[in-house]
Design a protein around this ligand. Structure first.
Ligand code: NI
Length: 168
């Protein structure tokens, strides 16, 4: 297994739309394992392949404290979402140090393939619903700051640019 480098906003590669995975082979299994290791090491609770510059529809999520409830989603699609919404403070491994409130549907039901190739459904609410929607956004080339006002987003871009200068 290996730690993968994570793209940082506003890298334009974060805007790419990911392609469906046609076949779950060793390469996909290795990518999923590397993504899980990268997520745990960061540490984070979700990671989409887009964030490691692989533009395929693969997500890993684990919101448990003990890091023992890994969920791998391949080609996930939304089956339904609630009309009621929740507002949650979100962060992202691709937008380090930035946290802001995003409003999203409170419940979501999705269907995805697991690493075994079997389709399964997942009903999510609370933090898991936030995480699933946040990660699925990445596959569409959307970062959580894209949900914020243009003013806030511009402030975040300039703040991150300054941070990047400091570490160079
Ligand atoms: Ni993210």
């Amino acid at each position: 297994m290996a730690l993968l480098p994570i793209l940082h906003f506003p890298d334009p590669r974060l805007q790419k739309v990911a392609a469906p995975i046609e076949r779950i082979d060793d390469e996909v299994r290795r990518l999923a394992a590397d993504m899980a290791e990268t997520m745990y090491a960061a540490p984070g609770i979700g990671l989409a392949a887009t964030q490691v510059d692989v533009h395929r529809r693969l997500i890993v999520i684990d919101i448990s404290e003990a890091h023992d409830q890994l969920i791998t989603l391949i080609n996930p699609r939304i089956l339904g979402q609630s009309a009621d919404t929740q507002e949650c403070e979100e962060g992202c491994l691709s937008v380090p140090g930035i946290f802001d409130e995003v409003e999203r549907p409170a419940q979501v039901e999705i269907e995805a393939l697991g690493l075994d190739g079997q389709a399964f459904r997942l009903k999510a609410e609370g933090l898991l619903a936030v995480c699933v929607q946040h990660e699925m956004d990445h596959l569409e080339g959307i970062v959580f700051v894209d949900h914020l006002s243009r003013l806030k987003r511009n402030r975040i871009v300039s703040k991150l640019r300054k941070q990047q200068h400091k570490v160079l």
